[in-house]
Design a protein around this ligand. Structure first.
Ligand SMILES: N[C@@H](CCC[C@H](N)C(=O)O)C(=O)O
Length: 310
């Protein structure tokens, strides 16, 4: 809604992560510092910039068109997470990002969130409701959907994925978590380790706006004490392989739970290269099934951009 500021020099930033999915964060309460895709890519560059899988701008919802549209129904969604991938492209949603975003707002003194309270955040995928846990935050991510519902209902998969290191193409299931995901089940952890994610996996047919691809191995046994356990690696749209993906973990749990059938549990742990996140499925107030994501959020640095960055 505003003109991009031309220079990054002097911009204050924080650096944070959730299970190793790392972000450059900036506070722009009045919507005066919308960055260009090129500036975002420079800031996220691991050699020439701060480095990050994405950049998150904290802006009051009323200053962003998608945020302003949410306020009529959700006047408490004061803050909007303007999420951008490391290559400068926008994404609708970031699950690890929401937790780190709230941690950032708290660290900047822009919100308060006592144990037991909830904070409503605006995103391009609608509102997300965040509360504290003993070790971090939990987020009501809202409902999930199949991207290709007819194909999912017919055969349990809707596409085929090929990736370097995998000897044969694999059936996959595409899930909408506000942003797109395609989930592939692999046989075991050695196959997961041998999958090469330096280049984007090929998904046929791909969801219309591209996709994040999750490679998942169910634990043996899959369910212990009513909790399902899976391991996952991810290739993110607009980034490459990352240590973790919160929406990807939700999509992976949704796909494995769907494939496992009626007896599958509602509570899951998802082990990722950067740690572990929790996923829980529960009935939402509007009658659709919601997904809850839980995990840590950390701020590791604060600084000011020097004039070398442009
Ligand atoms: N890492 C994120 C997802 C970030 C967006 C993704 N790359 C996309 O383009 O949709 C997460 O934790 O959910």
């Amino acid at each position: 809604m505003t003109e991009a500021t031309t220079s990054l020099t002097g911009m204050r930033f924080s650096k944070g992560h959730g299970t190793g999915n790392d972000f450059v964060l900036m506070a722009d309460p009045d919507g005066l510092r919308e960055l260009t895709p090129e500036q975002i890519a420079v800031l996220c560059d691991r050699h020439r910039g701060i480095g990050g899988d994405g950049l998150i701008r904290a802006v009051r919802s009323k200053h962003v068109s998608e945020g302003a549209a949410l306020l009529a129904a959700h006047p408490d969604a004061e803050w909007f997470m303007d999420y951008n991938n490391g290559d400068g492209t926008r994404s609708e949603m970031c699950g690890n990002g929401v937790r780190v975003f709230v941690h950032f707002l708290l660290s900047q003194g822009l919100v308060t969130l006592a144990p037991g309270e909830e904070l409503t955040i605006g995103t391009r995928a609608g509102i997300k409701v965040v509360s504290r846990t003993a070790n971090g935050y939990r987020v009501d991510m809202g409902p999930w959907d199949f991207i290709f519902p007819e194909q999912a209902a017919q055969g349990g998969s809707d596409s085929v994925v090929s990736a370097a290191g995998l000897e044969v193409d694999r059936p996959a299931l595409s899930i909408n978590m506000g942003n797109p995901h395609t989930v592939v089940a692999l046989a075991d952890l050695s196959e997961l380790a041998g999958t090469k994610l330096g280049e984007a996996p090929i998904v046929v047919p791909a969801p219309p706006y591209g996709t994040n691809v999750e490679f998942v191995v169910p634990a043996e046994p899959l369910v212990r004490d009513d909790v399902g356990h899976i391991s996952m690696r991810v290739h993110e749209r607009g980034v490459g392989e990352t240590f973790s993906c919160g929406t990807g973990a939700c999509a992976a749990a949704a796909a494995i739970r769907f494939w496992a059938g009626a007896e599958a549990p509602d509570v899951w742990t998802v082990a990722v290269p950067g740690g572990e996140v929790g996923v829980r499925f529960f009935p939402g107030a509007e009658g659709r099934e919601h997904v809850e994501l839980s995990g840590p959020a950390v701020i590791v640095a604060e600084g000011v951009i020097a004039d070398g960055m442009g």
